[in-house]
Design a protein around this ligand. Structure first.
Ligand SMILES: [Fe+2]
Ligand SMILES: [Fe+2]
Length: 203
């Protein structure tokens, strides 16, 4: 599939665009955005590895998640390099409400795998959509880097969704629609802390 088709598909998958206010706040808080971006890449690698520990009997998942974890770690190194180049101090920051807000609705048992894969697809698609929303407002070096990430995060979105479709024993459209509703709320409602996946912050 061509990159443009994948982007179109991803926009249709997501329930809403990133609010303009969030983009404004991202540009005003670029240091914090980059620190949280590093955190997200590290978290993405570690989530993929958790799935590799839990589902050892699923060879396709093991292969895809291993590839994905390596790519996310490479992104992590690259973002740490950007922090260093820009003299931004990498420090611990709290996680946003976003991933937990999605995961708290996970079912138990066999369905947990399908839900975690659907959630993975949302997180990757949203990251990709946010890179696209930020690119026109960034300096050339960062815009160029984020353009390169759009391609890989778009592929990750597809990988998670394909695995969910592959392992589900029945159609998953309703489950995707359910998580789309939760995701929309997390993206559009007022948040109290600005992060890469936060809603707009209104004090
Ligand atoms: Fe990444
Ligand atoms: Fe990713």
């Amino acid at each position: 599939m061509k990159n443009l088709d994948l982007l179109d598909e991803m926009y249709q998958f997501l329930p809403c665009p990133t609010p303009a206010l969030w983009v404004e706040q991202a540009i005003e808080n670029l240091d914090l955005l980059l620190i949280d971006h590093a955190q997200c890449e590290k978290k993405a690698a570690s989530n993929a590895m958790n799935l590799m520990y839990r589902y050892v009997d699923r060879p396709d998942l093991l292969k895809k998640m291993s590839q994905l974890a390596r790519e996310e770690l490479l992104h992590f190194e690259q973002v740490v390099g950007i922090l260093q180049d820009r003299g931004i101090k990498y420090e611990h920051i709290s996680a946003s409400r976003y991933a937990l807000g999605l995961r708290q609705h996970m079912r138990k048992g066999d369905d947990a795998l399908i839900d975690v894969l659907i959630i993975g697809a949302f997180i990757e698609a949203r990251s990709c959509e946010r890179f696209m929303a930020l690119i026109p407002h960034l300096d050339e070096a960062l815009a160029k880097y984020y353009r390169s990430l759009v391609r890989s995060e778009g592929r990750h979105y597809r990988d998670y969704l394909d695995l969910a479709l592959q392992y589900a024993k029945s159609p998953i459209d309703d489950r995707i629609a359910f998580f789309a509703g939760i995701e929309k709320e997390l993206i559009e409602s007022n948040d109290d802390t600005f992060r890469f996946h936060s809603g707009p912050v209104v004090e």
